[in-house]
Structure formats: C-alpha cells, structure tokens
Design a protein around this ligand. Structure first.
Ligand code: CP
Ligand code: NVA
Length: 303
C-alpha cells in the first residue's frame, strides 16, 4: 500500500483484500474482548474543517483501542485557520505525530498536505471523495453477502463525494455500479470517464432511478445537500424530485437487497423513514464498520 490513503483509486485489489482481512481480524478481537495495541505510543492528529459524528468518533476510539492516542484539531483553532501554509503545517505536524486524518473541502489541499508530510495522511472526506466510507461500505457488503464479486450496486441521487468514491472503487473491483443522478448533478466527469474505461464489471450512468435499482443487490443513497451546499438547498430539493429511495423503488430491487446510506440522512428527502428504518436497511452495521476498517487502515499505515 502507498504511504497515504487519499483516494480509493490509489488502492490495488490486493490492498482492498489486505484492509478487509485486517478489519475482520480486528473486529473479532474486539468482540472477543482481547486487547491488541500495535499502535501503543503513537499519535494520530485529526484535522476537522467540517462537522462529523461518525468519522471523528470512530477514528478517536479506533486509535484508543489500538493503544494510541488521537488529537482533535479543529482548523478554526489551529494556525491553519489563520492562514499558516499547508507545507509548513504538514512538515511540523510530521515531527509530532505518527499519522494525520484530514476532513476538509479541497482534495487538492489534502494531496498537497500528504506531499509535504513524512507521515501517513488519511482522507476523512473532501468535497470530491470519501474513501473511508466506501471501505466501510464494502466491508459491510462482504459481511452480509460473502463478497462483492458480480453484485449490482445501485447509487441513486447526488453525484457527490460518495458517488465519486463508489466509481473509484468500481474502477478496481469486480462489482457492477449503476448510478442514477439528475442532469446537472452528475459525478465528477474525469473520475467517471476513467471509471467507465477501467471498471472490470462496468459502470453505467442513468437518469432513471428505476432502471438503476432493477434487480440490484445494494441500493445506496446520500443526502441531496452536502456540507457546504446549504445555500443551494431550495434548488436542489426541486431538482432531486423523483430520486427518492422509497418502498416503490426498493420493490424493483432484489428481494434481499441491502439498503445503505453513509449518514447523516434526511428522512423524507433522499430516503423515506419506512425504507431507512425498514428490514432491508443495514445502516447501523455500516456505520459501525467505519471503526473496524479505519483501525485496519491505521494499523497498516502507521505501525
Ligand atoms: N458518514 C460520515 O462520514 O459521517 P460523519 O460526517 O458523521 O463523520
Ligand atoms: N455527501 C455528504 C457525505 C457526508 C458523510 C457530505 O459531503 O456532506
């Protein structure tokens, strides 16, 4: 594996396998109550420029469980927020810490941070990508279905960071990805083009949610208004009409379909309460698995 986890596209199939096997082992150790401290004496810095519930807690708790310590660094309270340059921040933090997780808007900034840092940098969400989420999602699918090979995964809604990350994963792994996104809200054009050219089991972009979810093994959605897009809310709610994941849509998928969502969710917008709280939903296990896959990544990168 490379020094950093900045994009799922940087992971080879063997890296995915290694992360998932390690996550499974770490999850079992935790469930058996066995202590395992490979990161004893190590420190992770967590730079948050945007809100978080799952990412913050799972990284902080994960680091603690692995014997290390995590520092919450709100960019508002560090000199980064006052304009200290990324290069200096990355080089200096590398002298104090053993790893850094960053959540911020700009993917370019995260890449730049990693270029100057001599320690591993993990992308905890940008406007472009959310690799830790997709690792947790795929691990959940493996747990529920024994693997992802040959599955049809349908993504309905905004062509946002989560959609882009799904495309990057589909560029490397043997599952089929069907996306349904309204005009004007397609995934990143370069990521989509590359994904379509390289995906072993294919990627399709539809305008029609019904087409996308027909016989799907997994139906995935995310919010219509991501962090930072709050001023576009009214416009977006109009444009996404017809893209709601509701029971009528789920009825077109396979009977044993897994309903997934990265959370936080807006019941009544991108998904109905009936579906997200219904028998096909695996959202809580999915959220839990963020902890196990991120511990696996941290152990691999920081040990
Ligand atoms: N899914 C996810 O990353 O959640 P948070 O924004 O709460 O971290
Ligand atoms: N697309 C959402 C994901 C949150 C985990 C956002 O960027 O706000």
């Amino acid at each position: 594996m490379k020094k950093d986890l900045l994009s799922e596209y940087d992971l080879e199939r063997s890296d995915y396998k290694c992360i998932f096997e390690n996550a499974q082992r770490l999850k079992r150790l935790l469930q058996e109550g066995k202590e395992y401290s490979p990161l004893k004496g190590k420190t992770l810095g967590m730079i948050f420029d945007k809100s978080s519930t799952r990412t913050r807690i799972s990284f902080e708790v994960g680091m603690y469980q692995l014997g290390g310590v995590a520092l919450f660094l709100s960019s508002r309270d560090t000199q980064l927020g006052r304009g200290e340059i990324i290069a200096d921040t990355a080089r200096i933090m590398s002298r104090y810490l053993n790893g850094i997780m960053i959540r911020t808007s700009s993917q370019t900034s995260v890449v730049e941070f990693a270029r100057h840092a001599t320690i591993p940098v993990i992308n905890g969400l940008t406007d472009l990508l959310h690799p830790c989420q997709i690792l947790g999602d795929l691990f959940t699918i493996i747990e529920k279905r024994g693997g992802y090979e040959g599955l049809k995964i349908a993504y309905v809604g905004d062509g946002n960071n989560i959609a882009n990350s799904w495309i990057n994963a589909a560029a490397k792994l043997p599952f089929h990805l069907d996306l349904a996104c309204p005009d004007g809200y397609h995934p990143d054009a370069a990521i989509l083009k590359r994904g379509m050219a390289e995906a072993p089991a294919g990627i399709v972009l539809n305008r029609d949610p019904e087409e996308a979810v027909r016989d799907a093994d997994v139906v995935y959605t995310d919010v219509w208004v991501s962090m930072g897009q709050e001023t576009e809310r009214g416009e977006r709610l109009k444009k996404f009409q017809g893209y709601q994941v509701n029971q009528a849509l789920i009825d077109l998928a396979k009977k044993d379909v897994l309903v997934m969502h990265c959370l936080p969710a807006h019941r009544g917008e991108e998904i109905t309460a009936e579906v997200i709280d219904g028998p096909r939903s695996v959202i809580i296990d999915e959220a839990e698995n963020r902890l196990h896959v991120q511990k696996a990544v941290m152990e691999i990168l920081m040990r």
